[in-house]
Every structure is written in C-alpha cells, then in structure tokens.
Design a protein around this ligand. Structure first.
Ligand code: HEM
Length: 475
C-alpha cells in the first residue's frame, strides 16, 4: 500500500522532500510527540519559530506544507485555483455538511451569492438594536458577578455570542430553547472529537474511523447538534411570512433570506438550509466569543488603552442609553484595539487548502499541485520579522501610516480574497457593541496575564483553561 502511494505521489513528494521540516519517521511521520490538544498546539508553535517562513510535516504519509509569510499567503489567497479546502475540512462534514465553510466549486459559488446580501450594510444597521439588548443582558450578568475576585469570561461571553447570532442573523430567540445547554456542550464536544481525529493519522481513513468508539461518540454529538438546528428551522417556518411582507423588504437576515430564496425556487433545499444554519451558528458565535474574551483580557492588562477607549466612548456616545450604528462606526481607537487583539489572537488561527496549481514560495521552494497546505495566520501575526516586538499589545500598529509600511497580506484575521470571512463586518459590529457596553459599566483589571494563557489545538483558537478578568463597577 505504502509503495503504491509512493509511486502515485512521486511527483508531489519529490518537491515536498526539499522543503525543510521536523524529523519524520516511517508510518508515524512527525506525530510521535503530541497527542493532547495542548501539546499539539505548543509543538506547532515551536515548529513555526524554527522553520519560518515555510515547513513541511508528515503525518503518516500525508505531507502538510505550512506557510507563514505574507508573500505566500498572497499567492494562495488571491488565486481562484487555490480555493479548494483540504481534506481535513471533510472531518467537519458530519456536522456542517457541505455548507459555505466546507464546500467548494460551483456549489460554494452559488451559495455565497445567495448568502452575501444577508450581511449588507442595511441588515447590519438593523442588527444594532438587537445586539445592544443582548449586550445589556450580558452587562447585567457581569454586575451580578463583579463582586468576585475574578470572572472567567469565556462562559458568559460564549452564551452571549450564541444568543446574539440567534437574535440577529436567525431572527430566533435561542435563550428560550430548552435544548440550548445541551447544544453548547455538544459544540464543545464536537471540537474535541475533531482534534482527536486530526491528531491520529490512522483515523484519517473513514473505514478505520467508522470502526472506532470515537466515531460512535461523534455520531451521538452530531445528533444533538442536528436536532437543535432542525428545531430552529421548524419553529422559524411556523412564523415565516406571518408578520412581515417579505416581498416588500429588499434585504433579509440570513434565515429569512434562505427561506425566501427556497420559496422563490433558488437552489437551496431543506438540507441546504440546515447545513448553512449549522455553519453560521458555529462560525457566528465560536469566533466572536473567543475574540471578545481575549480582547477583555488584553484591555485589563493594558490600562492606558482601556482608558483611551473609555474616553472615546464617552465623547461619542455621551449619556445616550446605547450606541447607534453610526456611533459604533466612529469608535476608531476601539477599532484599532480590536484589530490588534485579532492580530495576537486570531479566532481562526490556521486555514487549509489543497493547491490547484504549483506555487513558487517566497523562499524559493516549489509547492506542487495537489499538495495539502496550511496557512498559519497565528504564526504570521506573531512573527518578529514582520511585527516589531510581536508579543506587545500596540494598537498604533493599525494607524494608517503604519499599515502602509506593511505587506498587505501580513494581517489577515478574516482571511482574504474570494473565500474571506463573510461575517467580518457583523463580527466587528458585535465586538464594538459589546466592548462599548462592558467598558461603560466596568473598569477591567488584570487577573490572567497574556503570557500565562495556554492554548490547545481546536477548530478555532481556544484557551486550554479559563480567561480570568477582574471587573470593577464604574458606578
Ligand atoms: C472575530 C470573528 C471572526 C473571525 C476572526 C473569522 C475568521 C474567518 C476566517 C479566517 C475564515 C476563512 C476560513 C477558511 O478559509 O477556512 C472565515 C470564514 C467564514 N466565516 Fe468567519 N470569522 C469571524 C466571524 C464570523 C461571523 C460572525 C460569521 C457569521 C455570522 C462568520 C462566518 C463565516 C463563514 C460562513 C465563512 C466561510 C466563508 C466562505 O468560505 O465563503 N464568521 N472566517
């Protein structure tokens, strides 16, 4: 079997062998040290430091080429031929099907066209009130917790982000859903099962994986996840079209838009709506929640930046109950802090592709066609060759003059090119509304230091433990 594969991939492997990388052994490849998500994360960071800007790592006889330079990112992200996701994304199919994140080719193109209007400026404008209401509930929650020496912000923020995507993009109240607790746990368990499989190369083969207890466990988790979304669609269909004339409205939020598109005969059936709903609930809350949590921790550790944001909020919003869409757009210093936070903690640390044609890397290596590549956003964002003193939180890196001095692909938290993040403007709006609500009501003080936060490999950037911040009421 091995020999056959060697012959089949001779052309590809010839070039890959020339790329530097950690020592690999037959069969196990480089996967001989890291079996826990925490050690896997640390090992990948060590490799990035050792081999920047490019390395290859073998897992069984699958070679992964990891690229980290802005030039190589640009070569991949701006080329339509490099748009196909690699096979690791197939491991998400049991949950997300072939929704926008995991699909490719014409299916992806058609769906992206149908779904793009759901993030139009007018829709985001309308979301502001719902977001402010959710932020107020979060603030009230923190008011109850702020007498404690610290708050682990991950849990309340994850709940907030889930309810926020429900109230806005889906137009449903997930808080009312009796299965919500079970769903949140299932999202977490699915991520664990995904990493379990990706760190054990023998489980890459479906016929082996399907015989394993891990598969049975995954199927149970998937049942919970799917029941939840099936129920959301069922409930939405009951009220769809009852109190809104959808023909009169030019712009619709995501779930309404999909139901209307289906009604009008567009190529999206019930299964399609379900896979997109799964994709958007996952991408729409697990990414922003992490980013809000890390930003709070960073601001707690950077008092001057925190006070500067507070002054900006007071000068723009004054004594108004809550900010409008245009108020949020004017919070420029806050925006720079969020960008800096996303540099240090990009919610999607690595993205994957399979090359559709060969690439000549910036450092002169040939990455052949058909090669599995990972684009390590996290490692590029912390590389000292690009970022002076990279571990330092410095929002001024995003002043226009400083941006102009950098390669345009040196900073890509939302990816770039045609497969960039469809929800990035929504994410920025949510982040700003949340920071606004929290910082108007609390002064944040450091409990955890950035250097003490450990991470683990996951689908998104995830801390291995808690993210603790001290909340002091401003009133
Ligand atoms: C801080 C927040 C966020 C970050 C850093 C982020 C980052 C990213 C990145 C890097 C990708 C590319 C993934 C890849 O190529 O594999 C992506 C794709 C995507 N994101 Fe986000 N995202 C965020 C929030 C959101 C939100 C709020 C939504 C939806 C409401 C969303 C929906 C999506 C979808 C559907 C895709 C797939 C797009 C496609 O392939 O056409 N994301 N995101």
């Amino acid at each position: 079997y091995y020999k056959r594969r060697q012959k089949r991939y001779e052309e590809v492997w010839k070039h890959i062998m020339a790329i530097p990388g950690p020592k690999a052994y037959p069969v196990i490849g480089c996967s001989y040290k890291s079996f826990t998500p925490e050690s896997l994360w640390d090992e990948e960071r060590d490799r990035a430091k050792q081999f920047y800007p490019i390395y290859k790592a073998w897992t069984f006889d699958f070679a992964f080429v990891v690229i980290m330079s802005p030039e190589d990112m640009e070569s991949v992200l701006t080329n339509q031929k490099q748009n196909t996701k690699n096979f690791i994304y197939n491991f998400l199919h049991s949950w997300l099907g072939t929704g926008l994140l995991t699909s490719g080719g014409t299916k992806w193109q058609k769906r992206r066209k149908i779904l793009t209007p759901a993030f139009h400026f007018n829709i985001l404008h309308e979301f502001t009130d719902s977001l402010n209401k959710e932020v107020q509930i979060l603030v009230d929650n923190f008011k109850e917790l702020c007498h404690q020496p610290y708050v682990d912000v991950t849990k309340p923020i994850t709940e907030f982000a889930l309810y926020a995507v429900g109230e806005t993009s889906l137009g449903v109240s997930l808080r009312e859903d009796p299965n919500c607790e079970e769903y949140k746990k299932a999202v977490h368990d699915y991520a664990e099962s995904f990493i379990y499989r990706t760190s054990r190369p023998w489980l890459f083969f479906s016929f082996i994986y399907k015989l394993s207890p891990a598969y049975k466990k995954e199927m149970k988790i998937v049942e919970t996840l799917h029941n939840f979304t099936t129920n959301v669609i069922k409930e939405k269909k009951k009220v769809f079209g009852k109190d809104v004339d959808y023909d009169q409205r030019k712009k619709l939020a995501l779930l309404d838009l999909m139901l209307k598109a289906q009604q009008d005969g567009a190529a999206i059936d019930d299964e399609g709506i379900k896979e997109e709903l799964n994709t958007f609930i996952f991408e729409g809350h697990d990414t922003t929640s992490g980013s809000i949590a890390y930003t709070l921790m960073l601001l707690a550790n950077n008092k001057e930046a925190q006070e500067e944001i507070y002054r900006e909020i007071v000068s723009i919003i004054g004594s108004k109950q809550s900010p409008s869409y245009s108020d949020l757009s004017e919070l420029k210093y806050m925006e720079r802090c969020i960008k800096e936070s996303l540099r240090l903690y990009p919610s999607v640390p690595v993205i994957g592709r399979v090359t559709g044609e060969y690439i000549k890397s910036q450092s002169g290596y040939t990455i052949p066609k058909g090669c599995i590549i990972n684009l390590s956003i996290y490692d590029m964002h912390r590389n000292p060759a690009i970022w002076e003193n990279p571990e330092k939180f410095d929002p001024d890196r995003f002043l226009p003059d400083n941006i102009a001095k950098r390669h345009p692909f040196a900073y890509v938290p939302f990816s770039a090119g045609s497969r960039n993040c469809i929800g990035q403007k929504f994410a920025m709006l949510e982040l700003k509304a949340t920071l606004c609500g929290i910082l108007r009501n609390f002064r944040l003080e450091a409990y955890d230091r950035p250097e003490h936060i450990k991470h683990k490999s996951d689908i998104v950037l995830r801390p291995a433990g808690e993210i603790r911040v001290t909340f002091i009421s401003r009133t």
